[in-house]
Each structure stands twice: as structure tokens, then as C-alpha cells.
Design a protein around this ligand. Structure first.
Ligand code: EZ4
Ligand code: CO
Length: 401
């Protein structure tokens, strides 16, 4: 069963997606997400110019061997572009294997470890009242877990707060620069969660994303201040380039810590996991080497009672979402899955078998991943440059500690 071709499809049904389609001589094809938000075309080129020619004629059944070939054979290891490209190939090969064996991918990963996958939604608002109302609406729709982000008085734009419509992390057009103040931000978070816990009661899981904006000692102070409101997690409290910095946060607070959406390798989280400096590892199928590599991270994490919490923002395509759900359903130490519904156009471009109901999702039982790509429709949504906003301090210093 040989790989005889493939292509990279770039489309923008509301936001940009890069999708790999691999074809075999059996007439079966597989899909893999290769979207790297704000740097999309670099991965498209990596795949088209350097990976597809090397895959010609290779046995599509040899998923792990092809993974090792692309990782070790490149000589240049790791990095988000390389690992997103490898992830796309890996995901497409799991899709092919499932289709050929006529079984959903989660059955190939050991079968279901649970009935369904708990997800969290994104509530945000420009005032505490607004966030409380938004979070209440999620609970009303059956969500068991909600992430809450609020505007900060004095700052015009804050990470994670929807600008009118549903929140989308990237923005089309010229790159936006925002002004940040950790002091202002820190004044707002504890009062927000005090209100949320009081109004929503003890049942719902509450989450918060710091988005790498604090220094370790500030994050320690925030985690400590949030303890009375019993968060499910505090996400990305500080950048993890220096994994040791999490020890400082850990020494000061019992608020659970989640990190990993920007990681691309098990080496990015080895110390964090082995020294139990975190509670949830948030690596993603598309950015961390695919289903195969994510399983290795989860297996390492399982030894240290660290659970998974895959990133699932709108820049992860429905192909990645499906792959994440097969992984989540099967892996023993699953914690929670992030879920931001895609636009209606995106759902039409990527018809899928996965479903949401009562706060949980299921990947469905279609053979393979259970996602397709309508290429003709995708072609009507051409790529448009879009970037994540950046943050500077009031004096112009580039932020994100
Ligand atoms: O900023 O997906 O938890 N979710 C997030 C996202 C990320 C984007 C980056 O591409 O932090 O909104
Ligand atoms: Co995040």
C-alpha cells in the first residue's frame, strides 16, 4: 500500500487552514491538519517542497517508521514548522489506516477509555457582569467547564475577549499591537472568579488562561489569590522556555497549572512533567508531531499523574479537532479538551462525524478520523494574511515574559 501522491490545501473559510491530503495506490486518502497560526505558508512549503517528494512510493502502513524518517532524516530536529509538517503526515496516515481497516482511529489507539470527552467553552466579556452572563449561557447549554476572560479597565484590548462576535485569536489585515499592564490585569482576575464561583455555584469547572503574560512571581501571586475559587486550571501562567521557572509558581500555590499549547516536542515538557511542576499538559496533535508523538507525551505524563488538556482553539482545524477527540477518548490520563466551535463556512468545508452534546464530545464511529475536505468549496475561500495581536508595555517594550 504505497503513497502515490498528495497535496497541500490552503483555505480561509473565516480563518486560515493548511491541510495535507495523502493519497495511496489503494484509492484511499487521509487528511492531516498543518495549520500554524500566523505562519501558515511556511508549513505549506515545508510539506510541498520537502516532504511530499520524499513520501512518494513509501508504505502508508508504516506510520511510526515514516515519523522517524521525517524527524531523524531531516537532521534538523523539532521546531513548530517541522513538527506541524510531521504531525500532518502522521495524522493523515492514521486516517488512512482507520479507513483501510474500516475502524475509527480511537479503536486503533486502544479503544475508548471513557464514554465521551469533557470539553470547556470560552466565556468572555468587557465587564465582570458580561463574563458572568456569558459563562452562565455556556452552563445553560450543558457545558460542565468554562474558561473565563475579562477586559481590564484602562487597557483597550485584552487577550481572549471577544470583539463583538465569537472570539477568534488571529486577525486579518495589518498586525495589531495592544498595550499590556500586568498590574492592571492582576487587579481584575480574582474579583472575576469570586463573582463566577458565587453566581455559578460549586459545580462548574472554571478555567483561566494567562496566555504567558506574567513573570513567575506574579503568576505565583495570582494562583494563590485564586485558590478560594477552586479553578480547574490556570493556563500558561508564564512562558515555559525555562521549565524550571514553574517551580517558583508551584512553591506558592495549589491552583492547578496547565501549559503546552506552544510546545512541539516531548523535550519541551520533560522536566515540567517529571518534576511534577504542572497538572495538565496541553500539547496539540497539529503542533506536537501528530497522534503518535502526543501519545508518547501522554504516556510520560501518566507516570507522574499529569493529565492531558489539548489545545482546541479555532486555529486547530476540524481535522485536528477530530484527531484530538480520538486521542482524548482513548488515552487513560485525559483531563479536558478545549473546544471553540468553528464558523459555519469552516464546518461546511470540513464535514465531520464528531458531535457535541451536554458538555461532552465524541469523535463518532466513521472509519478513520471521520473528517473530509470539500476541495471545491475550499477553493472559494482563498488564503488571507492574518496574525495574532502582539502586546507591548506602555513604554513600548515588547511583552510576553
Ligand atoms: O492564542 O490558538 O487556549 N487557547 C489559546 C488560543 C491561542 C491561539 C494561538 O494560535 O490560548 O487562543
Ligand atoms: Co491558551
Amino acid at each position: 500500500m504505497k503513497i502515490i501522491g498528495g497535496k497541500v490545501i490552503v483555505c480561509s473559510p473565516g480563518r486560515n487552514f493548511v491541510t495535507l491530503k495523502l493519497e495511496t495506490d489503494d484509492g484511499v486518502y487521509g487528511l492531516g491538519d498543518a495549520t500554524l497560526n500566523g505562519r501558515e505558508l511556511a508549513v505549506a512549503s515545508y510539506l510541498t517542497d520537502h516532504v511530499l517528494p520524499l513520501l512518494q512510493g513509501r508504505d502508508a502502513r508504516r506510520i511510526d517508521d515514516i515519523w522517524q524518517f521525517l524527524y531523524k532524516g531531516a537532521y534538523w530536529r523539532r521546531g513548530p514548522v517541522t513538527m506541524s509538517a510531521i504531525a500532518a503526515v502522521d495524522t493523515a496516515l492514521w486516517d488512512i489506516k482507520g479507513k483501510v481497516l474500516d475502524t475509527p482511529v480511537y479503536q486503533l489507539l486502544g479503544g475508548a477509555s471513557r464514554e465521551a470527552v469533557m470539553v470547556y467553552g470560552h466565556a468572555s466579556g468587557t465587564s465582570i457582569d458580561g463574563v458572568v452572563a456569558a459563562a452562565g449561557a455556556f452552563i445553560g447549554q450543558g457545558y460542565k467547564a468554562v474558561r473565563a476572560q475579562c477586559s481590564v479597565p484602562g487597557l483597550d484590548r485584552v487577550y481572549g475577549v471577544a470583539a463583538g462576535r465569537a472570539y477568534e485569536p488571529a486577525e486579518r489585515g495589518p498586525l495589531t499591537e495592544t498595550v499590556w499592564s500586568s498590574e492592571r490585569y492582576l487587579e481584575t482576575v480574582a474579583p472575576l472568579f469570586e463573582r463566577l464561583r458565587r453566581e455559578l455555584g460549586s459545580e462548574p469547572h472554571l478555567l483561566h488562561d494567562v496566555h504567558h503574560r506574567l513573570r513567575p512571581i506574579e503568576a505565583a501571586r495570582l494562583g494563590h489569590a485564586l485558590e478560594p475559587y477552586r479553578l480547574f486550571w490556570m493556563e500558561d501562567p508564564t512562558p515555559a522556555d525555562n521549565q524550571e521557572s514553574f517551580r517558583l509558581i508551584r512553591q506558592h500555590t495549589t491552583t492547578p497549572i496547565a501549559v503546552g499549547e506552544v510546545f512541539n516536542s516531548i523535550h519541551d515538557c520533560r522536566q515540567l512533567i517529571q518534576e511534577q511542576l504542572i497538572d495538565y499538559i496541553r500539547t496539540t496533535v497539529v503542533h506536537a508531531g501528530g497522534i503518535s508523538h502526543l501519545r508518547k507525551i501522554a504516556s510520560l505524563a501518566e507516570l507522574y499523574q499529569v493529565r492531558t488538556g489539548s489545545h482546541g482553539a479555532t486555529d486547530l482545524s476540524p481535522v485536528c479537532m477530530a484527531a484530538a477527540l480520538h486521542f482524548d477518548l482513548s488515552v487513560h490520563n485525559f483531563g479536558i479538551q478545549e473546544y471553540m466551535p468553528h464558523t459555519a463556512d469552516t464546518d461546511r468545508v470540513f464535514p465531520h462525524a464528531y458531535t457535541f452534546a451536554n458538555g461532552v464530545m465524541h469523535p463518532g464511529d466513521t472509519p478513520g478520523l471521520g473528517v473530509d475536505l470539500d476541495e471545491a468549496l475550499a477553493a472559494t475561500f482563498p488564503y488571507q494574511p492574518a496574525y495574532l495581536p502582539i502586546a507591548r508595555l506602555a513604554d513600548g517594550t515588547m511583552h510576553d515574559w
